[in-house]
Design a protein around this ligand. Structure first.
Ligand code: F6P
Length: 544
């Protein structure tokens, strides 16, 4: 047993869970008329209702005691103060500095100043592209921008530009290429004119195999379809922390937008990785996104733990995962514009907290991380909600929706929200035998038919959900929402005593890829792998 799972704070939550498990969520609602007021928090235009979580006041008190036992308040301070909390890479995690209006100093250097310079360049560049001051080799203005990146260098900008489509300029069509599968690049390029296309090579390290392969192929396409080597520099720009590698690729410093190693890849949309965002929605909207995130940062840094939204959300996740055995969490946005939000959060949570070693190098004896997935409602309702309602596993979920639609149309939005509310109510309440029986009787079924159907018509309920409503999905609200989840992930990591800012788990696959790639291109006998991998390689070689 580890110090954490042996601690009185942990054991107290465990003991409380075994008592609370005897009552259902419906019971808890019946016992307390003020549950909604007690277990919901508001921040600006956003409401976070966690009353449909299987908790009582005591649960929150005990989870807060656990947070204090893990020194959460101090760790929040460590992050904002720029301490090197990414211990395995000896780096700070200062994505909050990118959106802070205060001056942030790191290792004696005013990094706010450096950030300001880059943001100014991004604004100037985007204006110059929009007003045609910057043009392609033929003298025509740019019509298309292709962001080539993967992971954090793709998912953040892609999710944000999809979410904020109503705020986007029609002058620029934005495309994202991430997969090393050539079909994505092919499908993107075949509709584009090299003379009016601008490529952003977005990579923190500028060594990521997928991104560099796509970047070289895009350059090859450019020079063989009308452009030439001399005009590459007008059409290719880079966003990276690795200036040397950018130069080696052939992109000049003037065409490079830098960021810094204290910005983690999955926390980088706030940096120059957001250049594609700026090109699409403009600098003012990007600043509004940053301002929304900063507001949430301040809330997280200064609000007492019991009223602190990311803290409560993080602790509820701990409650679900570690004390209720719920290891799958759905993100269900009732907003089509948020259709990439689940994928974005998947990287944020799973790459951050998918760890099994503590900050002190010990193997954990408790679950960390969780499986994050999801789809926009109402599509999910007609696909996987069956399992949420009647499956054997309990899955927790966040439901998210704006109160105002960006494009009101008849009663679509009311219908959408009616579905949202109905689903969370159904997941919580379920339907017992008695109710299901009465319904079948009223529908005219015979007792014999009812006997057969009844077990299928009941719902266990008791499925925990959190509902997040906001007025409108505008840049500020989106910034707030993303920062809220970033901090929630951080809170979980502190309870688990793991480093959420590294990602060593992606390395082994990369190493083996490098070993296997030449084997696919040769005729030599392959014996160095296990029988399955050898067999797969042979089958591929014989059929490619
Ligand atoms: O392999 C994982 C990862 O390092 C992510 O953390 C990161 O967002 C992604 O690859 C892309 O990295 P880069 O921006 O350096 O190309």
């Amino acid at each position: 047993m580890s110090a954490l799972t042996e601690s009185p704070a942990w054991l107290a939550v465990e003991k409380h869970q075994s008592t609370l498990a005897q009552s259902t969520l419906s019971d808890l609602f019946k016992q307390d008329n003020h549950r909604f007021d007690r277990f919901s928090l508001q921040f600006e235009d956003m409401l976070v209702d966690f009353s449909k979580q299987h908790i009582t006041n005591q649960t929150i008190d005990l989870l807060l005691a656990l947070a204090r036992h893990q020194n959460l308040e101090q760790w929040i301070g460590h992050m904002f103060n720029g301490e090197k909390i990414n211990s395995t890479e000896d780096r700070a995690a200062l994505h909050t500095a990118l959106r802070s209006k205060k001056t942030v100093v790191l290792d004696g250097e005013n990094i706010s100043h450096k950030i300001g310079i880059v943001f100014e360049r991004m604004a100037r560049f985007s204006t110059a592209v929009h007003n045609g001051e910057l043009r392609g080799y033929s003298g025509k203005p740019f019509s298309d921008v292709v962001n080539i990146g993967i992971g954090g260098s793709d998912l953040g900008p892609l999710m944000v530009t999809e979410a904020l489509k109503p705020y986007g300029s029609n002058k620029i069509q934005l495309h994202f290429v991430s997969n090393v599968d050539g079909v994505q690049l092919y499908e993107t390029l075949q509709h584009l004119n090299p003379a009016t296309t601008l490529f952003i090579i977005a990579s923190k390290t500028f060594t990521t195999q997928e991104t560099m392969t796509n970047a070289y192929s895009a350059r090859e396409w450019f020079v063989t379809h009308g452009g030439n080597k001399a005009t590459v520099s007008r059409h290719f720009i880079a966003v990276s922390t690795n200036q040397d590698a950018v130069r080696q690729f052939g992109i000049e410093t003037d065409n490079t937008f830098e960021f810094w190693d204290w910005v983690g890849g999955r926390y980088s949309l706030w940096s120059s990785i957001g250049l594609s965002i700026v090109l699409k929605i403009g600098m003012d909207n990007f600043q509004a996104l940053l301002a929304g995130a900063e507001a949430m940062d301040q809330h997280f840094e200064t609000t007492p733990l019991q009223h602190n939204i990311p803290v409560i959300l993080g602790l509820l996740a701990i409650w679900q995962i570690n004390f209720n055995g719920i290891r799958s969490h759905a993100i269900l946005p009732y907003d089509q514009y948020l259709h990439r939000f689940p994928a974005y959060l998947q990287q944020l949570e799973m790459e951050s907290n998918g760890k099994r070693i503590t900050r002190h190098g010990e193997i954990v004896d408790y679950d960390t991380g969780t499986i994050i997935w999801g789809e926009p409602g109402t599509n999910g309702q007609h696909a996987f909600y069956q399992l949420l309602h009647q499956g054997t596993q309990t899955i927790s979920a966040d439901f998210l929706a704006p109160c105002q639609s960006q494009h009101p149309m008849g009663n679509h939005h009311q219908l959408l929200l009616a579905n949202f509310f109905a689903q969370t109510e159904a997941l919580m309440q379920g339907k017992n035998n008695q109710k299901a029986h009465a319904e079948l009787v009223s529908q005219g079924f015979s007792e014999e038919e009812i006997k057969k159907l009844l077990p299928h018509k009941t719902f266990p309920g008791n499925r925990p959900t959190t509902s997040i409503l906001f007025k409108k999905l505008d840049p500020r609200t989106l910034g707030t929402l993303i920062a809220m989840y970033e901090h929630k992930v951080y809170v979980q990591s502190i309870i688990w005593d793991i480093n959420p800012f590294d990602q060593w788990g992606v390395e082994l696959g990369k190493q083996l890829t490098n070993k296997i790639l030449p084997e696919l291109e040769q005729e030599k006998a392959i014996t160095s792998h296990d029988a399955s991998t050898n067999g797969l390689i042979y089958f591929f070689r014989n059929n490619q």
